[in-house]
Design a protein around this ligand. Sequence first.
Ligand SMILES: Cc1ncc(COP(=O)(O)O)c(C=O)c1O
Length: 400
Amino acid sequence: MSFLSATLSRVKPSPTIAVTTKARELKAAGKDVIGLGAGEPDFDTPDNIKEAAKAAIDRGETKYTAVDGLPELKAAICAKFKADNGLDYTPAQVTVGTGGKQVLYNALMATLNPGDEVIIPAPYWVSYPDMVLLAGGTPVIVEGGPETGYRITPEALEAAITPKTKWFIFNSPSNPTGAAYTRAQLKALTDVLMRHPHVWVMSDDMYEKLVYGDYVFCTPAEVEPGLYDRTLTCNGVSKAYCMTGWRIGYAAGPAPLIKAIGTLQSQSTSNPCSIAQWAALEALTGPQDFIASNNAVFQRRRDMVVEMLNAAEGVDCPVPEGAFYVYPSIAGCIGKTSAGGAKIADDEAFATALLEEKGVAVVFGAAFGLSPAFRVSYATSDAALKEACARIQEFCAGLR
Ligand SMILES: Cc1ncc(COP(=O)(O)O)c(C=O)c1O
């Protein structure tokens, strides 16, 4: 019998972290590699946030805090939900964790029993299905392909709901596609959920602030107030505030669920880092103008990358509304052979050959549950993106 738990055998390591690690190793070995796998902004944390952390250290804010967040930070999170989303929450309805990832994980661990189903639209953020499996639940995947702009239809959602459905995980703008639902598209989904009162909604709004053009962000509990009592609205400071390493995420929802999440956290990690919480408070309450300037850079890069990828043979890249990812379909490349002799049987083979022959690291679509495609993160320099897209064009031109 294995020393390792049976639970662990149900999950796999994060494939996005694996790609980033492989690219880093190749680079360290002296290879000319451009990594497009990163799930984090290439911008540094703003100075005012760093200063708030330094001041917290100097004030001696270096002890345990309340398990699910400093009162000051919880108050700021309530104010954020009111101002940005029109949602009223009290501090007892708010939990703060070590990154959005821990908050989502805690919520699933606190609620899932064996046999419980969780509906996850694909392509999905790689961690959702594995977190559901770790918590003993069953992921139910609903595909939303390029033909619907990587969104699921209300009909597909309705068809996936069973008496065992516990959660519907909603992520807009999406990792990996960048696609976001308009208010009308989201309302069509919430109308379905209103007909199934046993289904709860976990809305992962991590990319709320990273939206471009005239797209206006919306979230389920705001679009359909009838869902407020069964929605957990999750967010964090990692992406918009360039704070991935600080590890602060948060969520708001019904107080009994928030209390259960706190119980779990009290027996696992206790509170999130005290210093990072003070930094997050400054992020939420300090100047916000850098977000618009970062977004202007992201939007320019998105437009360049979409244009260059669409110029590659066999590649079809929709224009996403948000996040910092694009998710081109490569249906036109499958079945061909690369200039280096690799048979492109699927998107994993495409990504492997692209890395080996052209030194460009992307994450293959199967990792996100929808093939054939790959994910590009454009959270890297304009020069690197331009060179990487040119190499992708060359690689595709070499396919026979
Ligand atoms: C969709 C989505 N949700 C949640 C997270 C987790 O973010 P955090 O760094 O706050 O744990 C990520 C990070 O990649 C993400 O892409």
